[in-house]
Design a protein around this ligand. Structure first.
Ligand SMILES: CC(C)(COP(=O)(O)OP(=O)(O)OC[C@H]1O[C@@H](n2cnc3c(N)ncnc32)[C@H](O)[C@@H]1OP(=O)(O)O)[C@@H](O)C(=O)NCCC(=O)NCCS
Length: 165
C-alpha cells in the first residue's frame, strides 16, 4: 500500500507542511524554516549513520506521505534507532506503522543490525500505538530521558524489535 523510496525535489511541499505541523515540531522537529530542500538533499543518501526514506502513496500519484529513518547505526553493537513522521493530511491511515515495518525489512535484508530501538515521549500515544503495530515491544520507561521541542525533559518509552527472529 505504501512504499519506501528516495526523496525528490517535488516532495518539498509535503515536507514543508510536515515540518510546520505542531505535533512534528514538538516530538520530531525538522529543519528551521526555509531549510527543507537542504535537509532533503542532506538526508537522502544512505550513510554509515542512517538510512532515511520518503514514504510514498502510489494511490495518491506517488506523493510523499511520510518519512522514516533508521539512525544511530552502531555496527559494533548491531543496534540502531528508528523514527517516523506522517504528513498531517495523510494521518489516520497507518502510514507510520507500515513504513516502520518496511524499514525493518530493508535493514534486515541488508543485515545492517540485529535490533532496532524506538524511543518516544510517554505522552506521545500515537507513536506508542505505531510502535506496537510495527512489532516493537515496550521494554522500559526511562524517566526524564530526552529534551523535546518544548525544551522540557520528558519521560520516554523504550521499544525494541529483534530483527533476527
Ligand atoms: C505518530 C505519527 C507518525 C502517527 O501517524 P500515522 O501514521 O498517521 O498513525 P495513525 O493516525 O494511523 O495512528 C496510529 C495509531 O495511533 C492512534 N492515534 C493517532 N493519533 C492519536 C492521538 N493523538 N492520541 C492517541 N492515539 C492516537 C491511532 O488511533 C492508531 O491507533 P490504532 O493502531 O490502535 O488504531 C504522527 O502522528 C506524527 O507524525 N506525529 C508527529 C511526529 C511524531 O510524533 N513522530 C514520532 C516520534 S517518536
Amino acid at each position: 500500500m505504501f512504499e519506501l523510496r528516495r526523496f525528490r525535489p517535488d516532495d518539498d511541499a509535503e515536507l514543508t507542511a510536515l515540518f510546520a505541523d505542531p505535533a512534528t515540531r514538538l516530538w520530531n522537529p525538522g529543519p528551521a524554516d526555509g531549510g527543507v530542500a537542504a535537509w532533503r538533499e542532506s538526508i537522502d543518501a544512505p550513510s554509515d549513520e542512517h538510512r532515511t526514506w520518503a514514504v510514498d502513496d502510489p494511490a495518491a500519484g506517488g506523493r510523499l506521505v511520510g518519512v522514516v529513518s533508521v539512525f544511530a547505526v552502531d555496527r559494533e553493537q548491531r543496534r540502531a534507532e528508528i523514527g517516523f513522521r506522517t504528513v498531517p493530511a495523510a494521518r489516520g491511515r497507518g502510514v507510520a506503522a507500515a513504513a516502520a515495518a518496511a524499514a525493518c525489512a530493508r535493514i534486515a535484508a541488508e543485515g545492517l543490525v540485529d535490533r532496532i530501538e524506538l524511543f518516544h515521549a510517554v505522552e506521545n500515544v500515537a507513536s506508542c500505538r505505531v510502535a506496537q503495530a510495527a512489532g516493537f515491544a515496550l521494554v522500559a520507561t526511562v524517566p526524564a530521558n530526552y529534551r523535546y521541542g518544548d525544551g522540557e525533559l520528558h519521560d520516554e518509552h523504550l521499544h525494541r524489535r529483534d530483527l533476527t527472529r
